[in-house]
Every structure is written in structure tokens, then in C-alpha cells.
Design a protein around this ligand. Sequence first.
Ligand SMILES: [Zn+2]
Length: 122
Amino acid sequence: MHELSLIEALIEELEKQNELNKWGKVLKVNLKVGAMRQVIPEVMTFAFEVSTEGTFLDGAKLELDIVPIKWRCKACGNEWDEERATNGGLCEKCGSIDVELLSGMELEIESLEVEDTDVTES
Ligand SMILES: [Zn+2]
């Protein structure tokens, strides 16, 4: 289950930050996930529930924000998203293979809700 390894990395990161910030009880974790990571949201939240049992994150909710895939051609600056990628990964405008992924690989903690105050504004 590939979602589980992502969740484990996420929990590890949160535990590190909790040692510094002393959040106490976390109610909700808002996570940005790139569509390129091909996670199944239900599997993600299930893995989170199971893996946080007995940790300081026990009972916290995981909220996913899926970031769409976006490509950019380094040769001509053309940008397109996955739905329009009809050219086998090549730039649809100039045919260059020199393309880069602008978004879609995210795995970022966007914000958290803790019991007393919000750590970050969303
Ligand atoms: Zn191009």
C-alpha cells in the first residue's frame, strides 16, 4: 500500500514538528497532495487513522487537497495540464521533450487545527 508509506513519512514529519511546537492535541491536518502521486483519498485517510492510533495525532482528521498536474515546456514556455497532455508527454506546441513538472508532486502539510488555536491560517 503506497499510501501507507506517504502517511508514515507525514506522521514522522508531524512528530518532529510537534516536539518543537508543542501543539498538544491535533484536530485536523490539511494536506496538499499532487495528483501525480496517484493516491486514493479513502485509502489515505484510512491509513492515517490506523497509523495515528496511540500517537499524539490519535483522533485527528486528515483532509486532502489534490493538486492537479501541470507541465511546462522549457523550450517555448508553453504550459498545460494533464487533461490536455495529448502528445505523449511532449510539448504540444513545439514537440520538445524538455518539459518540467510544475505541480502534481506535492506532499505538503498545508495547515493544522489544534485544540486551542489555529497554528496557521488557512
Ligand atoms: Zn514547447
